[in-house]
Design a protein around this ligand. Sequence first.
Ligand code: ADP
Ligand code: ZN
Length: 661
Amino acid sequence: MKNSILNIAVDTPVSQIFDYYPPEDSDCSPKIGQRALVPFGRREVVGFIHGISNDSSLPKKKIKSCKSIIDKDPLINEGAHELVSWCKNYYHHPLGKTYATAVPRYLRAGKTPAIEKMLFQESKDKKKLKAHQKKAYDGCIKLLKKSAHILLNGVTGSGKTEIYLHLMERVLSKKEQVLFLVPEIGLTPQLYEAITSRFGNCVGLIHSSTTDKSRAKAWLAAKENKLSVILGTRSSIFVPFHSLGLIVIDEEHDESYKQQSGLMYSARDLAVVKAKKSGCGLVLGSATPSYESLLNAEKGKYSEVRLTKKVFSAKPPEKKLINLNTNSSKKGLSAPLFRSISKALKKGEQSLLFINRRGYSPVTMCEECGKIEECPRCESNLVSYKGTGKLKCHHCSYQKTAETECLVCEGKKITVGHGTEKIEEELKDKFPNEMIIRIDRDTTSSNKKRVEAFGYAKSGDAKILVGTQMLTKGHDFPNLSLVAFVNVDQGLFGSGYRSSERFAQQYYQASGRCGRRNKKGLVLLQTHNAENEALQALLNDSYMAFYEKNKEDRRRLEWPPYTYSFLLRAESPSEKNVFHFLDNIAEFIKNSEYISSIKLLGPIQSPIGIIRGKKRGQLMLISKNRKKLHMIGGRLISFIDAKKLGTKVKWSIDVDPTDHS
Ligand code: ADP
Ligand code: ZN
């Protein structure tokens, strides 16, 4: 085999694969999936043997030899190899970069950690399923036997977690493995506790706070069949299991499953691919399934199992609009809202205030001359933070100390609008003796802070909770009886075709958290648009009823999930370069044979036109025909490569985009 050629993926932005001879002085027979140390330019790097072939398009003299093969057995097993290849093709991403996303950094550095055995031992503290759960569970078992993908569509508090645990037990006791995905690191502690207390110390955690080494350990242990469960956020989808029996995607609708940079994959969609290829079971769970998944259920691609009853038979919460046109709210909170919080406090119950904006206020302005504080590098206003006295840009790392006077006219600076910090301040002012907890990305930046904040929220010590959607995702607050949406209009009238879906999900997720036990809940919505039809529908309907009406707009306007889309982005310090690039691509598509089945939107300036001093533009491709869209995607890349179009801009393709900024 001395003459065989190893096709090695190296972490570079080019889509090409690199050919090498096996190491000179070894008699090993290289295998696909092994790591190899290879000379690359003037460096030596770790690459992955992606293929082995008999010849190369390169002249023999140009082919170098690998320095060494790192692994005895392939690190990338067959399943992982398939998934990486699939990703590369589907997301039109360079192969080496795809490996770099899929494999933990520690392993990519050529290191191999020692691993321990952490296997499922026994099942303890099993809860008996309630009748409605049992029925859903039995339904799931039947479907799993038929290898169907399940959409577990169950209202908040219907006890989905317990169903997952029962399904897991069945798989684990057959000595198979489970992958459990959650959208946010904040949800891992409660599930870790639930899983380990029942199935023992058999869980590997993978999320943003996991160290490189622990991540590699969990990854490798799962591959070696020495670990039974991986619990983690989206990147865990790439773990190469030895004998995967079940994937659970909790809160499947959550946009955090989509990566927004580099390889812009959707972990939920990859789970479907993984389940298909490996034949394992798949359960996608949510109280507010994504329109994509609901449509897949309608098409029969998923089998839907519904749960409409709650475990604790709570009465549905009362829902009320607070008209901000007639109830003033200087700092964001109206008098009726204050009264309701007071009432809840008197009864010893919790209140949750939801506002999807962190910081003190989104706009800082001079009272005299009207000058607004903007980021010098981005097309964006600076967000003020009172606690630290800073103004920060949410798009780059820019920050500065906030001045009290305007540098232009010495007028007084005022803040306009409110974020979580301002609402918290206002609440502290009104309820000085209560424990108030703010939960957003700023207050939960470390593991310790996050665990502490959620601890107070769940124990009920904190009577008032303020937060972004981080607070409303999948948490069970037993003592919560009031949920308030501080600024409905901001969410409901956001831009983009997904804004009403997103708001409905936030609304039903948050409102479903109150009145869980036998308490009567109250949901308040502060708005300037009390007459709005969509808002009225939210008040009166279930999520599914809202979806049934809302989906017709999406269908009529030919937006996803009724069509498929690519978003091409380009950025450069020069606007001319951005549009030269995008115009060329638009022209190429217009002249291609596929134009009849593709709709082109743009090129246009991106919604945030400048970030870090770079001008940004985009082009959207929409089609009812997914295959054709992908064909043109492939052609596009070759076109860009051949014409060397991408040299003056930084560009990317976002397949199935969820964020259009
Ligand atoms: P969901 O995820 O569907 O919103 P949860 O899984 O959070 O619902 O369940 C809601 C509450 O009901 C939790 O406090 C959970 O511990 C409890 N629960 C679920 N199933 C049972 C059961 N069979 N018996 C007793 N309590 C249960
Ligand atoms: Zn900025």
